[in-house]
Write a protein of this length. Structure first.
Length: 289
């Protein structure tokens, strides 16, 4: 059984509150048409999905990504503001988030803002996913400056309701002050072999489940229920579980992997898990925002 050390307040979701999906980035719509179609299907409990063209928005609007973004945006509008009966029970009408790579704090502020403007102007995204976000206290002021500027840009746009949504992709528990810098933190990203023995930071008990997300690869079908139980016990409201594995795990151990453990062809989150329909049915539709 997982080794979980969680204060009582952190175990808020143990009673079965609604989980939803956060999709850290499917492959290009031409390579993953089924994946992008599933995001807009009525009844899919989607909280957010990340659009990443070329480690960011790319150099010009991509017509295929424009189409996929439009379908997801329209699905959100139907879910939140009426439409068919099926759409009205769709989880939260998932937001489309633009992918900004912070490179652990090494990317210049001006470059990130330029990418953000392109995402807003071209794809009318509803927020941002800040990948490889720093987790240490020393980098918090710079991240606060960035998230404050991003919220202002989103609020000035015409596509992001409620000022948009910002998700910090730490992949681990950061310094607690980061919880006040964005709407949601990814406090676990990695393999099932680590997740099943993971522990939750005690400070997370001060926040509701919708403030935390867990992204786990290599989860066997036979352990789906256990993985969902861990997420609820640790107080995560957003998840993405897949049975696909990261081939870079082995490369990292042999010294051949890149710093963030990703290459375009080996990202386990780039495709649907083989048990997608099963995990959708286990979570079920519902309104969460």
């Amino acid at each position: 059984m997982p080794y979980l050390t969680a204060p009582a307040a952190a175990r808020r979701t143990a009673g079965g509150e609604q989980l939803g999906f956060g999709v850290p980035g499917y492959a290009h719509p031409l390579l993953a048409p089924a994946e992008w179609a599933e995001l807009a299907r009525p009844g899919t409990p989607l909280h957010w999905a990340v659009l990443n063209i070329a480690d960011g928005p790319g150099s010009r609007p991509d017509p295929h990504c424009l189409e996929a973004a439009g379908r997801l945006r329209n699905a959100r509008e139907r879910a939140l503001h009426g439409g068919s009966p099926d759409d009205t029970v769709r989880a939260s009408g998932g937001r489309l988030l633009g992918h900004l790579d912070l490179a652990w704090g090494e990317r210049p502020f001006e470059e990130l803002i330029a990418d953000a403007r392109s995402f807003i102007d071209w794809y009318r995204i509803g927020g941002f996913y800040l990948a490889r976000c720093p987790a240490e206290r020393a980098e918090l002021p710079a991240v606060r400056r960035l998230t404050g500027t991003l919220h202002a840009l989103l609020a000035a746009g015409d596509s992001a309701d409620d000022g948009g949504r910002l998700v910090l992709g730490h992949g681990t528990h950061p310094y607690p002050g980061y919880a006040e810098a964005a709407d949601q933190l990814v406090t676990f990203q990695g393999p099932w072999t680590d997740y099943r023995w993971s522990q939750v930071a005690e400070w997370t008990a001060d926040y509701p489940p919708e403030r935390f997300a867990h992204l786990v690869h290599g989860v066997p079908r036979t352990h789906l229920e256990e993985a969902m139980r861990i997420a609820r016990w640790q107080g995560a409201g957003t998840i993405f579980f897949t049975d696909r594995n990261d081939r870079n795990d082995r490369n990292d151990q042999e010294g051949r992997g890149n710093r963030d453990g990703r290459s375009g062809q080996s990202d386990p989150f780039a495709a649907l898990p083989r048990y997608w329909d099963e995990i959708v049915s286990r979570i079920g539709p519902g309104i969460s925002e």
